[in-house]
Design a protein. Structure first.
Length: 257
């Protein structure tokens, strides 16, 4: 079966094709190849890294109740995470080092963001975390049980929807620099805003299915061991996006009360 595309930027079309058994001429022995269990373990380590720094940033905020106390962590985590994400994407063989650093930095950013939002809407961070992990396990079950099958049409649809969302966000940000706001209702807490967030959360969740499928293709291709870290990194990228969108959705719902 040919390697498939995914809309996750970390897991491009040629990610595993480049490092698969074909790329290495089939010279990688069994012990040096990527496995599904190994990828699951590496993903778990990355999640623990993110949770550790998120908890540290959270505590820093709770000690002061001042958003300024976590502003540095937010900026370092946001921009540092972005830098290490690109480094990991372009230097996949560095992923055993860069992927954990990415997870640690993203944890700092998400911990600060969650603490600030949770101050306004108490309990919302726990709800967002629970829904994110719940979605992860549900999507994994649906994929492994075959209830959701990754067909070409399914894949193309999710890739197109994800690309459309990215273009929309980029256009909104660009217009915002000129103080032009054509999409105010989308960011609000009305029916349109909540409906839009529900759609984005659904698309982000379905991206997990594409990621699971793509990693399985990499295992079948006999990719080298370090690609377990890269596969875990790809899952982390989607989970970060999913968490942020769920937090945004819950904020809109809570603001109506």
């Amino acid at each position: 079966m040919p390697l498939m595309k995914t809309s996750n930027p970390a897991l491009g079309q040629d990610t595993f094709k480049q490092y698969g058994s074909g790329g290495y001429g089939g010279l990688i022995d069994a012990a040096g190849r990527m496995t599904l269990n190994g990828t699951v373990n590496k993903t778990g380590i990355l999640l623990l890294c993110a949770l550790a720094t998120a908890a540290w940033t959270w505590k820093s905020f709770m000690d002061t109740q001042d958003p300024a106390s976590v502003s540095l962590q937010l900026m370092v985590g946001l921009f540092g995470g972005m830098i290490f994400a690109f480094v990991t994407i372009f230097k996949k063989e560095w992923s055993p080092v860069t992927a954990p650093i990415y997870a640690l930095l993203e944890g700092m950013a998400l911990g600060g963001l969650s603490a600030i939002v949770n101050m306004r809407y108490p309990g919302i961070a726990f709800q967002a975390v629970s829904l994110t992990f719940g979605t992860l396990f549900v999507m994994l079950f649906l994929y492994r049980s075959g209830i959701i099958k990754v067909t070409d049409k399914f894949r193309i649809g999710i890739i197109a929807a994800t690309g459309g969302i990215c273009l929309f966000y980029f256009a909104s940000m660009l217009l915002g620099f000129f103080h032009i706001n054509f999409f105010g209702s989308v960011w609000g807490s009305g029916v349109v805003g909540i409906g839009f967030s529900l759609i984005v959360v659904a698309i982000a969740a379905l991206n997990l299915v594409l990621d699971f499928d793509f990693i399985e293709q990499g295992v079948n291709a006999g990719a080298p061991k370090f690609m377990e870290w890269y596969g875990g990194f790809g899952i982390m990228v989607t989970l970060v996006w999913l968490y942020i969108e769920i937090l945004r959705l819950l904020s809109k719902v809570r603001s109506r009360n």
